[in-house]
Design a protein around this ligand. Structure first.
Ligand SMILES: Nc1ncnc2c1ncn2[C@@H]1O[C@H](COP(=O)(O)OP(=O)(O)OP(=O)(O)O)[C@@H](O)[C@H]1O
Length: 258
């Protein structure tokens, strides 16, 4: 079953075409990767899906309903959460507070409820803190709950970003280069975490990643972009053997040499 579908997606930046008529259907519950050389349009794709950019042409559907032209916060409420290429935590807040921030979309209290100290707000806040703690346990960060977020090692900050994104109870989780800057041990831990998330939740995961070990080890389906155009899609084995993909990464001479 398809959860997220894009059709004829076009985004222009002046003379540069960031996204050039991309069609793709992401299966529900699967891990899909979006790969391609630098500047091929991967982050533009995430920015379109999460509503940061509005496409010039084309459609994006979540569970069969168009989300084109909706604002990013509305899209987040409908169930698309993301992490960023450059970590965007609230560095001076604690680890727990960061996860609680990710939860605010789910909470009913709102500003007035909180200011008026309504009883249901207190109950809701206590419940949220417990849930945030469980999420931190899940990603292996419970012992750091009261630490300042920017004091965590790099790999842990990336896991915290994932916990914060999961806190909004999304249906689709977009991970933008989750292994960037990680050492090999942190990358292995991340692979295990993403596998576990997929196995234990029904979350659909889309990831952009340059680390091919991670992509080939995790993704069931891969979409390859080059100059904003989809040049291939398929399983990791199909993508590995695709001459167009090899050419995009290594140039024509590499393909000719076999
Ligand atoms: N806001 C913008 N304004 C102008 N050009 C942009 C903008 N965002 C992206 N582009 C251009 O669109 C193209 C695709 O960029 P994008 O960042 O999506 O590529 P990418 O595949 O994510 O690259 P990388 O792997 O280096 O992160 C590039 O030519 C880029 O310069």
């Amino acid at each position: 079953m398809t959860i997220l579908k894009v059709a004829g997606l076009v985004k222009r930046f002046g003379g540069v075409v960031g996204m050039n008529g991309v069609d793709y259907a992401f299966p529900q519950g699967a891990i899909s990767a979006i790969i391609g050389p630098n500047g091929s349009g991967k982050t533009t794709f995430f920015n379109l899906v999460s509503g940061i950019y509005t496409p010039d042409e084309g459609n994006i559907e979540l569970e069969g309903k168009s989300i084109v032209k909706l604002k990013p916060d509305r899209i987040a409420r409908l169930g698309i959460a993301r992490t960023f290429q450059n970590i965007r935590l609230f560095g001076k807040m604690t680890v727990l507070e960061n996860v609680l921030c990710g939860m605010h979309l789910q909470l009913k209290a709102g500003l007035f409820g909180t200011l008026l100290h309504l009883p249901f707000v207190k109950r809701e806040e206590a419940g949220a803190a417990l849930e945030a703690y469980r999420l931190l346990e899940y990603v292996g960060l419970a012992e750091f709950l009261n630490e300042q977020a920017d004091s965590l090692p790099y790999g842990a900050q990336r896991r915290l970003e994932i916990a914060r994104a999961m806190a909004s109870k999304p249906k689709v989780l977009l991970l933008d280069e989750p292994a960037a800057g990680m050492n090999p041990r942190e990358t292995l831990e991340l692979i295990e975490l993403i596998k576990r998330i997929q196995k234990e939740t029904s979350l659909t995961i889309l990831l952009i990643e340059h680390d091919m070990r991670l992509v080939m080890g995790l993704a069931e389906r891969i979409m390859v972009l080059d100059y904003g155009t989809k040049i291939a899609e398929g399983t990791p084995d199909e993508i590995r053997a695709n001459p167009k993909v090899i050419e995009a990464y290594l140039g024509k001479s590499a393909v000719a040499k076999g």
